[in-house]
Design a protein around this ligand. Sequence first.
Ligand SMILES: Nc1ncnc2c1ncn2[C@@H]1O[C@H](COP(=O)(O)OP(=O)(O)OP(=O)(O)O)[C@@H](O)[C@H]1O
Ligand SMILES: [Mg+2]
Length: 381
Amino acid sequence: MSASLATLLREKHILVTCGAGGVGKTTTAAAISVAAAKAGRRVLCLTIDPAKRLAESLGLKEMRHEAMVVDPSRFAERGIPITGSLTAMMLDTKRTFDELVEKYSSSPEKAQALLNNKLYRYMSTSLAGTQEYMAMEKLVAVKNDPAYDLIVLDTPPTANALDFLDAPERMVGALDSPAMKWLADAFGSSGRFSMNILAKGAATVLKGIGKITGGGFLEDMSQFVAQLQDLFGGFRERAVRVQNELRSPGVAFLLVTSPSPASIEEALFFSEKLREHRMPRGAFIVNRFRAASAQSPTEADAHAAANSLREKRLPLDGAPETRLLQAFAQSAKLAEADARSVARLAAEGVGTIVRVPEFATDVHDLVLLDALAQWLEVGGI
Ligand SMILES: Nc1ncnc2c1ncn2[C@@H]1O[C@H](COP(=O)(O)OP(=O)(O)OP(=O)(O)O)[C@@H](O)[C@H]1O
Ligand SMILES: [Mg+2]
């Protein structure tokens, strides 16, 4: 039997929200954190690039990447009963990468040289998979911190949810690619560039690049490659370890999806990939679900609604009753479509499915986050 979300957020040690771009991963991670803190747990929410107002409401001012305890009075003032605690932290890819370099370089001088290297500065933010990999790294770094009972990990805004799972392999793969080996060979163990061992064509290309980019490029490249070689062993080992950590029974992945058929298919595909990676799936969260009204609105309802608009002296052209009835019919259609999507998911026997309603506004403050937390806690609509 699959566990309810209320059970997961009380019992698991790590919950990871993942899914396609824009489906509500960050919002769900924050709401899950609030729900767990209300259930008495000491929660660390590792969030990525939250919308500015949401970050502010969690007390995360811009550019703060340290863990920040959300002041309990923020909750108390809004009548939200928190018996545990909520600490929020914004993930910073470059900084996590820098910390790794410091840890795995063979000397502090080598670490510093790499951190100052222009190519490193570019790679540490732009290499494919870096952001995802660093999110996992941060998780491993904080996971044994006795200050937290639960860590909720948000994942980066990838176009494809699968990018997250494949990130460690892709990143190590890129660092370990034939192109990098080729460069490493050219620089040799001395870290000095030797054109002699390169094919003539390649040497000409590199000299050309040196001319275009001006002084320092080849030196930067030389140092960069040599230093990365220094780190390789540590990285590869670590990537494997990070992935293994995500297989432990204290972890559950929460697959966030919109009710659109394409998003549901992607979530199902991702769920299958989790199974292949032997990573534990916790629940599907169908966010922004549009539920059918309990009763379909009648002409009398349309009339009453139109009258209330008239009372507000809103400029109305044509017959508002007709337009309102059309709008009612339209939302009933959307609700039917969403119900079909969820039925499709349920037919796959995927376990716990939580349907979260679409709110009238963005979820940008603690009160709305708490409202979302309550839906999650009770298992959705
Ligand atoms: N149930 C909801 N009702 C209304 N608005 C919502 C709901 N869930 C999320 N939103 C809004 O949708 C927007 C996108 O949400 P969010 O940032 O959580 O998505 P994401 O999956 O983290 O996106 P990205 O892939 O870019 O990281 C936000 O403005 C958020 O407030
Ligand atoms: Mg996000």
